[in-house]
Each structure stands twice: as C-alpha cells, then as structure tokens.
Write a protein that binds this ligand. Sequence first.
Ligand SMILES: Cc1ncc(COP(=O)(O)O)c(C=O)c1O
Length: 426
Amino acid sequence: MSVTTNPSAYSLADFLIGESSNPLSPPDDYIRWKAAAEWATSVYEPRLHGPATPRALFAMAGGAPAPCLNFASYNYLGLARHPRCVAAAREALLEYGTGNCGPPMLSGMTELQGQLERELNELLGTEATMVFSSGYGAAVGALSAILRKGDVAIADSRAHMSAVDGVKLSQARLVTFAHNDAGSLASCIEKHKKSRILVIVEGIYSVEGDFAPLAQLLEVTGHYGVPVYLDEAHSILCCGRRGGGVGEQFASSKGAGLRLSTFSKAFAGAGGAVSGDRETLEYMRFYANSYTFSATLPPATLAALIAALHVAVEDSSLRDRLWENAAYFRTQLRTIGVNTGESASYIVPIIIGRDRRLLYELCHAMRRRGLFLPPVDFPVVPEEGLRFRATITAAHTREEMDEALNIIEDTVVPALGKFRGNAGAA
Ligand SMILES: Cc1ncc(COP(=O)(O)O)c(C=O)c1O
C-alpha cells in the first residue's frame, strides 16, 4: 500500500520523521500524499472573509468566497464585534498606536496590561496573573518555567497540545491518566509519588466538550497534596455566575494552583494568561521564556479584552443564551441520531468513526449545502473517533441552528445510519 494508491490510510501523524538530508525539504512521501489527499488537506485554513459571525464568508482551497453557516468559531459569547469592545480597541489604537514594540520586561508594560491582570485576579480570585501574547505561549511558558528534569507531569490523556509541549520543553516526564478518571489519576500519583508532581487538567475539553469531574479530581490531588494546573481556555467567561470559569462554577478554584485562560475564545481577541499565587507568578515572570523574550499584546487588543471582560461579567444573559443554544443543538443532534459523545457544553463533537474518506466527503457535502463544520482528524483525536467539532455561540439564532441541523440530517445521518447510543447523555 502506498501513500498515493490509498491516501486515506495515512494521516498527518505519518510524516513526522524527515527522510531527506535537508531539514528544509519535507519528506517525499508527505509531498506525494498531500497531492493525492487534496480532498482532505484542502479543507484546512479556509479563508474567512469578514468577521467570525454565525453566517460568514468562507473561501475553500483558492475558490471564491461563499456564504456559510459558521459552526467553527470560538466566539462563544458573540463579543467579536460588540460595540463596547470595538470602541475600546479603537480608542486605544488612537492613543497608543499599533504596538507596544517589545517585551514588557524591557520595553515597558502598558497600564492596560496591568489592568487586565488585576481584573482577571478579581474574577478568578487569584493573587497574581501574567498576560502572554497567546494562550499556547502562556501554557508553554508557565509549564516550562516551573517544571524541571526529574519532575512528573500527570496529564489527562486528552490534554491540549500546549500543555504537552510545555512539559516537553521543561524536560519533565509526561505521563497520562485515563480521561476524566479519578481512579486512574490516583494510581498515577501513587506510582510517581517520590517525584515532584504537577497534575494537568482542563475545565472543558476542547475536542470532547465534556467537563472535568473537578470535585473528584481535586479530592485525589488534595489527598496527595499535589498541585494542579487547570486550563480554562474554553470555560473562562462562559462558566460560573460571573464568568469565572469552572473554578467558579464548581466552587473549586482553591484546589487549582495555576489557572490558564485564553483570550482567543470567549474574550474574542487573542492572547492568554496564567493566574495563581503571587510567589509562583513572581518567579515565573523571569523564567517563562514566552513572556520574557516575546513582545506583548498590542494595546488595542488589551483594551478590547478588558471591555470583553466587563461585558461578560455584567451581562449574564450572554452566558444564558450560550448554554440554551448549546442544549438545544446537542439535544436536536441526539434526536436525529448523531453520535455526540460525552459533550455537555457548547463544544459538540459529531463522531464519524474511523472512515477518513467519509469524514472529508461529508465535510465537502455540508459545505456545498452552506455549512462549515471543521473536521478533527487523528492524531488530535483517536483513530476510531474521527469527527467534526461544532462550536455553538450565544450569537447563533434558532433558525441558523435549525438550518445546520437540517443539513446534518441530510448528509451525516444517511451516511452513518441513526446512532442509538446517546441515551442518557446530558
Ligand atoms: C484547551 C486549550 N488550551 C490552550 C489553547 C491555546 O490557546 P490560543 O489559541 O489562545 O493560543 C487552546 C486553543 O485552542 C485550547 O483549546
């Protein structure tokens, strides 16, 4: 079997090892596979013409922009074009210009960045916060700053790549426990209890859409006295009465020593932050290289993030609408016979199985009907769990969701048959 005769038997995981003498030359097999698997690779990096609204203009593979229902955006609270966020960005742009032009350590930290740090502390109930220019950079910087060779990072098996890469960079050992399984976590800690340990979990998992069972996990970590890194990328501003994330929702923030927030999702901007105890963060400022050696966010972005935080904290109706929309969409999908896994949130997987060719054929079929759902392929998800990931926002209307559901019912359901295993799922 070769990469060209049966390209769907291969995935991006197969081309990680270079086989050429020049690191600038991608592997030959990759080049041949990419050409043969154009039906798959062409759906990535679709061009977005205009804002990330529920109806957006997408152009695929060099084609002309076409209107599509957009279920691919993390603009969870619909703040990307909120008048207060846009006005705050515009004002900061006029006052500060386009950039801060250097890392905060040497070139100066704007008062806007200091304000965002303080307001996040207030929201999360933490002593200190550091703002980074991306969520990925925040995770990699924080973990590589505090972990050392000889340490053991015990991560949920579905932990995000940003945490995996942070641990790799630190040279600590990475071990995983079974997804959301407190018993498996306890066994891992028991096995490695002679080492320094950090446990890594997420509030809402980014490709499953399920919550971490925080109370159970924190009971285990509390029992062993090991600290926890809690990634709130998909939960910050969306969970908890004031938007303080799963830490607020499950009243368990005290057990999590470090909290990661990203600003690319409900904040509708870009950047990330790590929050925790003052002493930890004061040390981290000098050892998180993605902070110390990297320029900070532009003032206009910082101003928009502060405005987004204000809007989200003040207006809980956005959260209410997000959760209502998510419940409606999930329930309807389950009713029409779609396998949505364990999703309990606004991240809703549509699980296809192992058939890679079918995944991409369905992606094209839905797009032709005017719906863009991003495919998620191995190695991001297990080989038997290839899927689409629908993300619901507060800005989606009932009509938009119904239109998307009709398209899914006409394409995915006939291809797979009705799934009957959702019974009892929330
Ligand atoms: C769970 C999780 N953590 C961290 C990140 C990184 O965030 P950003 O895209 O803001 O760099 C992401 C991004 O999707 C994520 O899903």
